[in-house]
Write a protein that binds this ligand. Structure first.
Ligand code: IPM
Ligand code: MG
Length: 368
């Protein structure tokens, strides 16, 4: 059967890491007999330059028609003018919102070979195996009004944080269900001592938690959670949090893995694809890294691990997903590194190493 994967390279290092992810998917297709129909579309700054909008209609259409979407990164200094009417990030935010991808899954499990790459002491990192479930289509990212105005002759800016009970409930259910398949613990992170939204968040999560008596629940304020991520990172299993807090905490959590370039993500909602699986958006958590764009040295691991999540969640190809993850582990174990992790390999050479290990991993799978 033909599976449609829409590819969105985006800006900066986006096209470089996306090419790595694409080549892994092509390699999997060759080796397994699946047919992946892959086509690239514009999003972000490059779309603004070509079409005047960060999310062209044909891009959105191709995403709606896809079984899964793989994205590189959006943004860059070229489009950073604070007075600009259109911004690259609107492409990504618009896509998440239009496809109702309300749950963003960001796993963090430091590779034993990379413990020294983190500024944290390695004994703190050994037990780390956590999953952040970030609410992705609500909160201050999307609340209205959002505007600039003149107040008493002074410029004022307004953003609005809103959450409805149902928005919190659905992402909470996702977190509890995922916790059941892991270590059975959810840490809900909010700012309930200050924010009304957080008080609704905590109240709703507490109600949902009652439906999962087998899952332990802990509530933390976001400031304390930011500290505990560094002082006791091994104590977390699933971290459930709102859009903005999740954005901030996952950059912090990426430090545990040694490099922001290592982390993958899946954004899921309720809509299903032609296979009856979630039509997900998969992307590394890093940005477009304009400082190294075009040099061919970006770390492709976050994107390649995102393809593993794509194979698992949207295509139901668990064996292939695991093979990709094992190939990445083996490549790191063998000492292969891009410059962000102190190595010298290019994006392409590291990807080739991973594919070589994938070959072996796949052979091992078929040999049983
Ligand atoms: C992320 C990014 C995005 C976000 C930006 C590019 C809009 O930082 O996916 O974490 O803030 O969600
Ligand atoms: Mg971010």
């Amino acid at each position: 059967m033909k599976t449609v994967i829409t590819l969105l390279p985006g800006d900066g290092i986006g096209p470089e890491v996306l090419a790595a992810g694409r080549s892994v998917l092509e390699f999997i297709a060759q080796g397994s007999g699946h047919t992946f129909e892959m086509q690239e579309f514009l999003i972000g700054g490059c779309a603004i330059n070509a079409r005047g909008t960060a999310l062209p209609a044909d891009t959105l259409e191709a995403c709606r028609n896809a079984d899964a979407i793989l994205l590189g990164a959006v943004g860059g200094p070229e489009w950073d003018d604070p007075t600009a009417a259109v911004r690259p990030e609107q492409g990504l935010l618009g896509l998440r919102k239009n496809l109702d991808l309300y749950a963003n899954l960001r796993p963090v499990k430091p590779h034993p070979g990379l413990l020294d790459a983190s500024p944290l002491r390695s004994e703190l990192l050994k037990e780390v195996d956590l999953l952040v479930v970030r609410e992705l289509t609500g909160g201050i990212y999307f609340g209205e009004p959002r505007q600039r105005l003149l107040l008493n002759g002074e410029e004022q800016a307004v953003d609005t944080m809103t959450y409805t009970e149902s928005e919190v409930r659905r992402v909470a259910h996702m977190a509890f269900q995922l916790a059941r398949q892991r270590q059975g613990k959810v840490t809900s992170v909010d700012k309930a001592n200050v924010l009304e939204c957080s008080r609704l968040w905590r109240q709703t999560v507490t109600k949902v938690a009652a439906e999962y008596p087998d899952v332990a629940i802990e509530h933390l304020l976001v400031d304390a959670a930011a500290m505990y991520l560094l002082t006791r990172p091994g104590s977390f299993d699933v971290i459930l949090t709102a859009n903005l807090f999740g954005d901030i905490l996952t950059d912090e959590a990426s430090v545990l893995s040694g490099s922001m370039g290592n982390l993958a993500s899946a954004s899921l909602g309720e809509t299903v694809n032609s296979l009856g699986k979630p039509r997900g958006l998969y992307e590394p958590i890093h940005g477009s890294a304009p400082d190294i764009a075009g040099k061919g040295i970006a770390n492709p691991i976050g994107t390649i691990l995102s393809t593993a999540m794509l194979l698992r969640h949207s295509l139901g190809l668990e064996t292939e997903a695991q093979a990709v993850e094992e190939a990445v582990q083996a490549t790191i174990s063998n000492g292969h590194r891009t410059p962000d992790l102190g190595g010298e390999l290019s994006t392409r050479s590291l990807t080739d190493e991973i594919k070589q290990n994938l070959d072996l991993a796949q052979a091992a799978v078929s040999e049983g």
